[in-house]
Design a protein around this ligand. Structure first.
Ligand SMILES: *[C@@H]1O[C@H](CO)[C@@H](O)[C@H](O)[C@H]1NC(C)=O
Ligand SMILES: *[C@@H]1O[C@H](CO)[C@@H](O)[C@H](O)[C@H]1NC(C)=O
Ligand SMILES: *[C@@H]1O[C@H](CO)[C@@H](O)[C@H](O)[C@H]1NC(C)=O
Ligand SMILES: *[C@@H]1O[C@H](CO)[C@@H](O)[C@H](O)[C@H]1NC(C)=O
Ligand SMILES: *[C@@H]1O[C@H](CO)[C@@H](O)[C@H](O)[C@H]1NC(C)=O
Ligand SMILES: *[C@@H]1O[C@H](CO)[C@@H](O)[C@H](O)[C@H]1NC(C)=O
Ligand SMILES: *[C@@H]1O[C@H](CO)[C@@H](O)[C@H](O)[C@H]1NC(C)=O
Length: 229
């Protein structure tokens, strides 16, 4: 009990003296992260990690204690360098981790690490709407949609043309121009997914004179998946 009070008071003192190092780490759900600690040269005698202001692990006199928290069973504090490993990350683990320590020569500047946990991009689907205009050209509307916990960045590629940041694109195709290959790419900071589809404006269909009608649509999916981290 006394030990814990002492550590908390050190934490407060260090908040007053400021944070020396600030890091931002992005991870995917299910991964592990090692939040770096201090090097041994500091001769750390007391070290504590807090998450969102609550103490979650401490090290005192060669003994490390994981404290009961949402991280139960998933935390490990290295007794040599005081790095904190968190396994099986969930979206709820996103937040600010602070390491405060006391060494042989007194307080060591603290470290603040912001962890952002993201879901990888999934369920990418391409929607298309192709309508033949009175002059037999086709008006093509494409939409790409995927799911993720974080904001997605959509990019469309049509031949050599890139449409950046657009979830939906629209263009006119001339009849008999052949197949156009389109690729949609959805990405966030930890992953990406892409799919391709082919559209063409066929003039095999007889125009009905005054009304619009749908052209032939071919669709083909090819969904490679890459990790960036
Ligand atoms: C901390 O020590 C562990 C075990 O010796 C090692 O695997 C890890 O890379 C070290 N971390 C840092 C940040 O030095
Ligand atoms: C801590 O452990 C090291 C080796 O594991 C030992 O040499 C040292 O005396 C221990 N310190 C205390 C305060 O128990
Ligand atoms: C057909 O009409 C559309 C819309 O008015 C136009 O953008 C397109 O250039 C026309 N196509 C041809 C081949 O004239
Ligand atoms: C796009 O995907 C999200 C997440 O899967 C879903 O909630 C939304 O309904 C989708 N929108 C359309 C137009 O399909
Ligand atoms: C979205 O992706 C494009 C293409 O890779 C890139 O240039 C752009 O910076 C990205 N934008 C964001 C907000 O990530
Ligand atoms: C489609 O229309 C173009 C121009 O009107 C014509 O040259 C071409 O032969 C047509 N193609 C087919 C398959 O009917
Ligand atoms: C998708 O976008 C990401 C981020 O901009 C990029 O790294 C990746 O190479 C793109 N993939 C494809 C298949 O275009």
């Amino acid at each position: 009990m006394y030990c814990k009070v002492a550590v908390l008071m050190d934490v407060l003192a260090l908040f007053v003296s400021g944070v020396a190092e600030i890091l931002l780490i992005h991870k995917r759900v299910g991964e592990s992260v090692e939040l770096p600690g201090h090097s041994e040269e500091f001769g750390v005698t007391l070290a504590a990690w807090t998450y969102q202001g609550k103490e979650i692990a401490e090290h005192k006199q060669n003994v490390t204690y994981p404290l009961i928290s949402q991280f139960e069973g998933r935390l490990e504090m290295n007794p040599k360098n005081f790095s904190l490993t968190v396994r099986d990350l969930t979206l709820q683990d996103s937040g600010v981790f602070i390491l405060t320590s006391v060494g042989a020569k007194g307080q060591i500047p603290s470290k603040s690490i912001t962890l952002k946990v993201h879901e990888p991009v999934s369920n990418l689907v391409i929607y298309k709407k192709i309508q033949q205009l009175a002059n037999r050209s086709c008006s093509v509307q494409m939409m790409c949609n995927a799911s993720s916990s974080s904001n997605l960045n959509y990019t469309w590629k049509r031949g050599n043309e890139m449409y950046r940041g657009d979830q939906q694109i629209q263009f006119i195709l001339s009849p008999g121009e052949g197949d156009h290959n389109l690729i949609c790419n959805a990405s966030n900071i930890v992953s990406e997914q892409s799919a391709s589809t082919t559209v063409s404006c066929s003039n095999e269909t007889n125009p009905t004179g005054n009304s619009l009608h749908t052209c032939v649509v071919k669709i083909m999916y090819d969904v490679p998946f890459h990790n960036i981290w």
